[in-house]
Each structure stands twice: as structure tokens, then as C-alpha cells.
Design a protein around this ligand. Structure first.
Ligand SMILES: [Zn+2]
Length: 306
């Protein structure tokens, strides 16, 4: 491998908080030391993974950015959620139908008659309800699998590769944002791709316990840790209005996961919103409120009972 190729293949380190732009110093919550380190070394990551907290806004992230090459190897190893068994089928369809109704209610039953975009959508698990109800669905993902419905169309690649001329009525980001280093850029792009009057749906796991209480770097593929307030600020910054966030306990097969579900609207006024600046005194204490949330306690109790 030539010198330039080596440079390109190397990981880099974020020096700025993606949410508020603070340049730190960041508080280190967790440092490597897990069984994942050996795998990282195998794909050419030399630095120890770390999870840090931005004290200015409470955004928790892993500053070490993998190169495109390393990401390819990582997602080949962990899989992209594109495996799907017949046992799951009924469960997935029922859940997708609930999501379709949930977004419909949020838009007061005025879902624009436009295609739906399912970003990082795997085989279309989250958007299946829309396809079943007559909507065309574009599923974009870096890995492709056999899509669940004939009204679904695959777009191999990331959100940047979707043509700007496309207009969607609904954009879905289900279990995607925790994998990206730049949620702000992804959400801003999603906003641009939405038609006025359309809605975004974001689902991310609630994982503050891993970096804050267990002090572990956790899932190798997760690089951002959302709290209610930081998720709200990210959506607000991208231009969304009527942002509504809830915390709930979800089942994935036998696994129970606490998740944040967020909805936001793109207003009918199609003028470009001015760049938002964040309030200065967000701080990080709002994280404590999330950690004490009832659902989290419920999960802890139920896992003890097993
Ligand atoms: Zn920050």
C-alpha cells in the first residue's frame, strides 16, 4: 500500500462537538479495554476507542472516526441488520403498521402523497407499513439485502448519494443516528429531502447507562449517545418544528431495548430557516434526568427478574 493510500485508510479524531461546536476539553467517560479492541486492531485502528462528554451541551460521542475502508470491514463483520427470518415477519409487519399509524397521527392524517425515504433501512423493516398502505419507498443502505415489498426500491449508498431533486413525504431514520459521527449533517440533509408538510421519524437506543454508569465503550458500531435534550436540539438545529420525543420499551425478538422515538415536521413555509445557534447554558445535567427515567428503572427491574 502506497503512502497516500495509507493516509486515506487511517482513522481521524473529531476535535469539535457535532452538536454545539465546542472544542472541549471533553470529559472522558470510558476508554477501550474491551474485547472489541482486538477487532479494531485487526481492521487497522491504532488508537484506543474513547467515549467523551461535551460539558457544554451533554452530547456524548466517540471522537475516533473510522475511515471508509475500516467502516466497510466493520459492517461486513457486524452485519447491517439485513438478515431476516420468517419468524420475525409477523412481528415486523405489526410494528411497521403501528409506526405508519403513529406518523399518520402526528401529521393529522395528512401524509403527503409522495414516496417515503428509509435511511439505513436494511430490508425495509421500519417502512413496511408505508409500502403495505400503497406508498412507494426508497430504502437506502450501504449494504443491500432482499427488500420486503415490491413497492420498495433499493438505493445503495449513504444519504449523500440521494439526488437533491428527490422529494419525500416522510423520512425514517430507525437505529441509524447512533452510528454516525455527524448527526447534524445527516438531519440537515433529511430536512432538505423532505417536502414541506412532511415528517421525520427518528428512533435511537437509550444507552446513557453504558458510558455514564458502566463507564464502558459498549457497542463497537455505536458512536453517539442521545439524551432527550440533545436529540431535540439536533432536530431543532436541522430546522424541524413540532418536535415530539418519547421514551419507550421496545422488544426486538427476545431482547428488550429502551428507545427514544422522535417526530418532527417540516413546515409548509418552504423558506430556508436561518442557521440556529444553540442556547449557551444547556450543560449536561439534563442527562441525569434521563438516567432516572421510569422506563429505565422498569427495564432494570425486569432484567433482574429474569
Ligand atoms: Zn457540545
Amino acid at each position: 500500500m502506497g503512502y497516500l493510500a495509507k493516509m486515506r485508510a487511517r482513522s481521524s479524531v473529531l476535535v469539535e462537538c457535532d452538536l454545539c461546536g465546542s472544542r472541549g476539553p471533553f470529559f472522558i467517560l470510558a476508554t477501550g479495554g474491551s474485547s472489541n479492541d482486538a477487532f479494531l486492531e485487526q481492521i487497522g485502528v491504532r488508537e484506543k476507542p474513547r467515549t467523551v462528554l461535551c460539558k457544554a451541551c451533554g452530547w456524548i460521542f466517540k471522537p475516533l472516526v473510522f475511515s471508509a475502508d475500516q467502516l466497510d470491514q466493520l459492517y461486513t463483520a457486524v452485519g447491517g441488520g439485513n438478515t431476516y427470518s420468517d419468524v420475525d415477519r409477523i412481528h415486523v409487519a405489526a410494528k411497521a403498521e403501528r409506526l405508519f399509524l403513529h406518523i399518520g397521527r402526528f401529521l393529522v392524517n395528512r401524509i403527503p402523497l409522495l414516496p417515503v425515504l428509509d435511511i439505513g433501512g436494511g430490508v425495509g423493516q421500519a417502512s413496511l407499513g408505508f409500502a403495505n398502505n400503497g406508498y412507494e419507498v426508497d430504502v437506502s443502505d450501504i449494504v443491500s439485502g432482499s427488500l420486503l415489498h415490491p413497492r420498495m426500491h433499493a438505493h445503495k449508498g449513504q444519504i449523500d448519494s440521494i439526488p437533491s431533486s428527490s422529494q419525500y413525504g416522510v423520512v425514517i431514520l430507525s437505529h441509524v443516528l447512533e452510528h454516525v459521527w455527524n448527526p447534524k449533517k445527516v438531519l440537515t440533509r433529511a430536512y432538505e429531502l423532505l417536502a414541506p408538510g412532511g415528517a421525520i421519524y427518528v428512533e435511537v437506543p437509550f444507552e446513557l447507562v453504558t458510558p455514564m454508569l458502566l463507564r464502558k465503550t459498549g457497542d463497537i458500531a455505536h458512536v453517539g449517545y442521545f439524551a432527550r435534550r440533545t436529540l431535540e436540539l439536533f432536530l431543532d438545529y436541522a430546522g424541524f418544528s413540532n418536535v415530539a420525543i418519547s421514551l419507550s420499551l421496545e422488544s426486538y425478538g427476545s431482547r428488550k431495548v429502551v428507545v427514544f422515538k422522535a417526530l418532527g415536521r417540516k413546515d409548509n413555509m418552504s423558506h430556508k430557516r436561518e442557521i440556529r445557534t444553540l442556547p449557551l447554558h444547556v450543560g449536561w445535567l439534563h442527562l441525569i434526568y434521563d438516567l432516572l427515567s421510569v422506563q429505565q428503572i422498569a427495564l432494570t427491574v425486569s432484567s433482574k427478574l429474569k
